[in-house]
Write a protein that binds this ligand. Structure first.
Ligand code: PHE
Length: 351
């Protein structure tokens, strides 16, 4: 073979390889192409090997053509490989495309327990009237739950708060302890720590040793209120609680105060509001009376004030207490208080 023939063979081979390269459409064909030209037994490799048959002094031209062909094909191969890889990726992405317009899985979100919601609502209503929110212990001393509230040991009023006693006495003095039967013990605790004016609401859990039924639970939630200052009168009590009823149950509410007895207030009262459902005409919710009793209240008893070191000639105040579950039952038309703590999602999901 002459160097001329070899050179023209190489040029031809290069041209043919280039045109085939341009025509192939996928990576597997590209690999076949590579093997058939650039592989160890490929056409170009073999042609280059055959150049050895040309006498060395004539080999130059063919050698150059060979190098050129090899370089050109290798570069062209690299470019084509990249192109085809990109095309393959694009096709894959297209095929696996996510349809983001499909609706996703709903994210389940929790919601507040109806007791929590009503406590917040009640506290917010009093906050608009300048009351601070404080909390106190659920395991309480007999002294705060009863004695400082003018309920001495043998007082018959203790029967009103059937008590769960704790099998445990307090660390400094071995005094008897109990699960608080109402939030009123916080009255004395707050006054002992603060100088008047005092204006607080105290939300919290209470416990009573009672049989449960549709309107009684052995644990429940109260919000206590206390306002003490110079010159506070029953008119302040009425005005404050009236405003509260209107915030919670609508601007048209009417309220009614009637005498009631609690040892730590004098005078004591219960407050009712006209039924928000039938507007006082009488229905199931108000048990056909037109009125719904919502809280106990009264002017703080002088003995309670004196007991915490307040001068009852200078300071007067009012206090009130109400049940949160009952309030939520009224608002939502819930008929059984036991639903609140039965942990039944069918009930809880409604709020
Ligand atoms: N603590 C009373 C109860 O649980 C309610 C109350 C609070 C009444 C404050 C008067 C004043 O029944």
């Amino acid at each position: 073979m002459t160097t001329k023939d070899a050179t023209s063979n190489l040029r031809e081979l290069q041209a043919q390889a280039m045109s085939e390269l341009g025509a192939l459409r996928d990576l597997s064909h590209l690999e076949e192409w590579r093997v058939s030209y650039l592989g160890r037994k490929g056409k170009l490799t073999q042609t280059l090997r055959s150049l050895g048959e040309i006498p060395p002094e004539q080999r130059r031209e063919a050698g150059m053509a060979g190098n050129e062909a090899k370089q050109a094909l290798e570069i062209a191969y690299g470019l084509r490989l990249k192109e085809l890889e990109e095309a393959a990726l694009a096709a894959k992405l297209q095929q696996e495309r996510l349809d983001i317009t499909l609706p996703g899985w709903p994210v389940l979100s929790g919601s507040l327990h109806p007791t929590t919601s009503i406590v917040r609502e009640v506290c917010a209503a009093f906050a608009t009237m300048g009351f601070q929110v404080v909390e106190g212990p659920e395991v309480e001393l007999d002294g705060y739950n009863f004695e400082k509230l003018n309920i001495p040991k043998d007082h018959p009023a203790r029967d009103m708060w059937n008590t769960l006693w704790v099998d445990h006495t307090d660390a400094n003095g071995g005094r008897p302890m109990l699960l608080r039967t109402h939030t009123s013990p916080m009255q004395a605790r707050i006054m002992e720590k603060t100088k008047p004016p005092v204006r607080v609401v105290v939300p919290g859990k209470c416990y009573r040793y009672e049989a449960t039924d549709a309107t009684h639970e052995w644990h429940f939630t109260q919000v206590e209120g206390l306002a003490v200052d110079k010159g506070i009168t029953l008119a302040d009590l009425k005005g404050t609680l009236y405003e509260f009823a209107r915030i919670l149950f609508g601007q048209d509410r009417k309220v009614r105060f009637r005498c009631d007895y609690f040892p730590f207030v004098e005078p004591g009262a219960e407050m009712s509001m006209d039924c928000f459902l039938c507007e006082g005409k009488g229905c199931r919710v108000c048990k056909h009376t037109g009125w719904i009793e919502i809280l106990g209240a009264g002017m703080v008893h002088p003995k309670v004030l004196e007991g915490v070191g307040y001068d009852s000639n200078t300071y007067t105040g009012f206090a009130f207490g109400m049940g949160m579950e009952r309030m939520a039952m009224l608002k939502h038309g819930i008929e059984d208080i036991r639903l609140f703590y039965a942990n039944d999602l069918r009930f809880l999901k409604q709020f």
